[in-house]
Design a protein around this ligand. Structure first.
Ligand code: GLA
Length: 387
């Protein structure tokens, strides 16, 4: 991979200079969905698929960015003296946003760069291809200009770029999971204070299987911001009757006690999901630590139901995948993962059952939805690195 990309880099940008190759992973969230902007817990892990980037300084004040995935767009040239969002810069707004965010935080770069990107995360899959581009870019800036930024700060600056430059009001989960990834471990992260703990993922002869629904996420981002606003409004209503900072501060019992303060039925369902999902995540990690993957799987299934009925971010494609997955032999748990509205599901499946699982779920999906789903048996990988 690296040799091929280096050859492509030289074909696109020409030889010379000090060229360095980098990688940052994608991520999958095992449980704890739509909790990260509600002060709750998440439990994601980094993958071994992700974004490769080859980079060197150039002698101009331009960032010359090229993606093998969008080669029809050619080199996108961005002036360091005009770091504003531009629709025509397309995917390159992600790295541009990170360079902008570094500058905002006092880390201005004083030289242009040539950077070639290649990602093997399926597009629009909800496995965080954009956060992966952001984090690899932050890592490149840190390594090239010696900023000495911690990995957590790279995650926070990348999230800042996504919020303030791209305009998606995402939480910290994706960037944190990618920047702090650790092979064979998931990250139990408390998003209210960024305390975290690595939990080894030993699945007892089972594997993590991701199914990409191939449903593109069109309106996803605007709905995402809408969910966030609904939760914020519900929190304000609850604060009138109970002293809390986030929805993550409530137990299920407290929520039931105070929920009538939320004036609207839809908002009450959204807040219920946030509270219950946070508690489910805490319980799931406890179960995993006790080697009880059956309970972990059951909590994954419950997470999906809550995302379907209370948070309403699933849709027929993800529901079909999860319902048919759960009905297969050897499936320990299954749920949608990421923002929803399309994208992927994550399932834990006994190794010997994976072939039949892929066949049966694949056929059922094609029959009902009319197009194919893609299956990936994934491994948990490390965070960003030089390769
Ligand atoms: C997206 C966001 C994350 C998180 C998930 C839902 O992936 O980027 O911050 O909110 O959706 O859990």
């Amino acid at each position: 991979m690296k040799e091929e990309l280096l050859a492509k880099f030289i074909e696109v940008f020409g030889p010379g200079g000090e060229i360095t190759s980098y990688f940052a992973p994608g991520r999958v969230n095992l449980i704890g969905e739509h909790t990260d902007y509600n002060g709750g817990h998440v439990f994601p892990c980094a993958l071994t698929i992700g974004t490769y980037a080859i980079a060197r300084k150039n002698s101009s004040r331009n960032l010359c960015l090229y993606s093998v995935n969008f080669d029809e767009l050619g080199i996108i040239t961005i002036s360091l003296d005009d770091l504003t969002y531009a629709k025509e810069d397309d995917w390159a707004n992600y790295p541009k946003g990170v360079v902008w965010a570094f500058a905002e935080k006092g880390m201005k770069i004083d030289s242009g760069m040539d950077i070639l990107y290649y990602g093997n995360i399926p597009n629009s899959s909800g496995l965080s291809s954009s956060a992966s581009i952001e984090v690899v870019t932050g890592y490149i800036l840190d390594q090239t200009f010696g900023f000495n930024t911690s990995l957590i700060d790279i995650a926070l600056i990348s999230q800042y770029a996504e919020n303030e430059f791209i305009g998606v009001n995402c939480g910290i989960m994706d960037q944190f999971a990618i920047a702090m990834g650790k092979k064979d471990h998931a990250i139990f992260l408390d998003t209210s204070n960024l305390n975290y703990e690595y939990a080894p993922i030993q699945l007892d002869g089972a594997k993590i299987v991701i199914i990409c629904s191939n449903k593109k996420r069109g309106l996803g981002d605007s709905k995402y911001n809408e969910r966030r606003t609904e939760c914020e409004t519900a929190l304000e209503e609850l604060k009138k009757v109970v002293s809390i900072n986030t929805l993550g501060d409530l137990t299920e019992e407290q929520f039931e006690q105070y929920k009538d303060a939320i004036q609207d039925e839809v908002r009450r369902k959204r807040a219920k999901h946030a509270v219950y999902e946070n508690q489910r995540t805490i319980k799931a990690v406890k179960a995993l630590k006790e080697n009880d993957i059956i309970t972990f799987g059951k909590l994954m299934n419950e997470s999906h139901v809550s995302l379907r009925d209370d948070y309403e971010v699933t849709g027929i494609e993800l529901d079909t995948l999860v319902e048919t997955s759960i009905a297969q032999d050897g499936v320990i748990g299954s749920r949608m993962t990421g923002a929803g509205f399309g994208g992927c599901t994550v399932s834990i499946v006994k190794e010997e059952a994976i072939d039949a699982f892929a066949k049966n779920v694949g056929e059922a999906y094609l029959r009902k939805i009319g197009y194919k789903a893609d299956f990936y048996v994934v491994e948990i990988g490390n965070g960003p690195c030089i390769i």
